[in-house]
Design a protein around this ligand. Structure first.
Ligand SMILES: C[S@@+](CC[C@H](N)C(=O)[O-])C[C@H]1O[C@@H](n2cnc3c(N)ncnc32)[C@H](O)[C@@H]1O
Length: 268
């Protein structure tokens, strides 16, 4: 993993929240939050909470006296999340690395993480941390993206940008967010952290954008792919234009839709 893969900073938090979240994160956030709410927890820890799309769904679905703590490695992501939860002062935001959680043992009924575990360099360590802070019998819920070929806008953007940087194509998307989907590897990592009951279920839907440019801008400018383009001396505007043209060729002009597919993991 490149060091910049986990850097959701600078312009990224605002663009991520405005463009990426409605494009691919909201549907899965509702699903993950509903699974947590169904467990009727009294205390919930969210790791890698980002700009708070799951946190908002949890705050809406859980009683206000539930202890709800949202953490992320990057404080700028939490600052963006706080802005949209200004009317929910009971939600606690705290900067934290999922691999070294600043909480005592056996504090939470549920630990959950939406599309974050792919960013942890040592996943078994992060899973052990989740287990440590869970109460006995607690649940760890998380989701990951399935293969990039099953997530068509991401795949198209990756293919479209490769010829722009032939000697060193940007590989952030396939390497990290779409790089951890083998159920056997996921089960082995959870096994190493001594989780006992593990289920993995697919979740598929459509991703919708008002235009090819909106979808291209989301990926090229609202994720660490932006940093990869800039590090190669590329122009963000040109990269976005090329990605938008590729999306338009495959999915049409005007409003566009493509398939997305995730895996939802429940561990006990
Ligand atoms: C794709 S975003 C997902 C954010 C949010 N859960 C959502 O659904 O929109 C990945 C998040 O992982 C966070 N992250 C990366 N490495 C992390 C780590 N070691 N510990 C905690 N969070 C981390 C990033 O800051 C980013 O907010």
């Amino acid at each position: 993993m490149s060091v910049t893969d986990k850097s959701f900073i600078g312009s990224i938090p605002e663009l991520y929240d405005r463009l990426m979240v409605p494009l691919i994160f909201e549907y899965c956030a509702r699903d993950l939050a509903a699974r947590a709410v169904a467990l009727a927890p009294r205390s919930v820890l969210e790791v890698a909470a980002g700009t708070g799309v799951v946190t908002r769904a949890l705050a809406a679905g859980l009683p206000a006296d539930t202890r709800l703590v949202a953490t992320d490695l990057n404080q700028p992501m939490l600052d963006q999340a706080r802005k949209q939860l200004a009317n929910a002062p009971h939600v606690i935001f705290r900067q934290a690395d999922a691999q070294a959680l600043p909480f005592d043992d056996a504090q939470f009924d549920v630990v959950l993480c939406q599309f974050g575990v792919m960013f942890f360099p040592d996943r078994a360590k992060a899973y052990r941390e989740a287990k440590r802070v869970l109460k006995p019998g607690g649940h760890y819920l998380f989701n990951v993206w399935d293969r990039i070929e099953d997530n068509e806008f991401a795949d198209e953007v990756t293919r479209a940008l490769a010829p722009l940087f032939p000697s060193d194509p940007p590989r952030f998307l396939p390497r990290t967010p779409y790089g951890y989907h083998d159920p056997n590897a996921i089960r082995a990592d959870l096994d190493a952290a001594a989780f006992e009951t593990v289920s993995i279920a697919p979740l598929a839907t459509l991703s919708n954008a008002p235009s090819p440019n909106d979808a291209a801008m989301a990926y090229c400018q609202g994720t660490p792919l932006r940093t990869e383009i800039e590090a190669r001396g590329g122009s963000l505007e040109e990269a976005t234009r090329i990605a938008a043209a590729a999306i338009a060729r495959r999915f049409g002009h005007g409003a566009v839709s493509s398939r997305i597919r995730a895996l939802v993991v429940t561990a006990k």
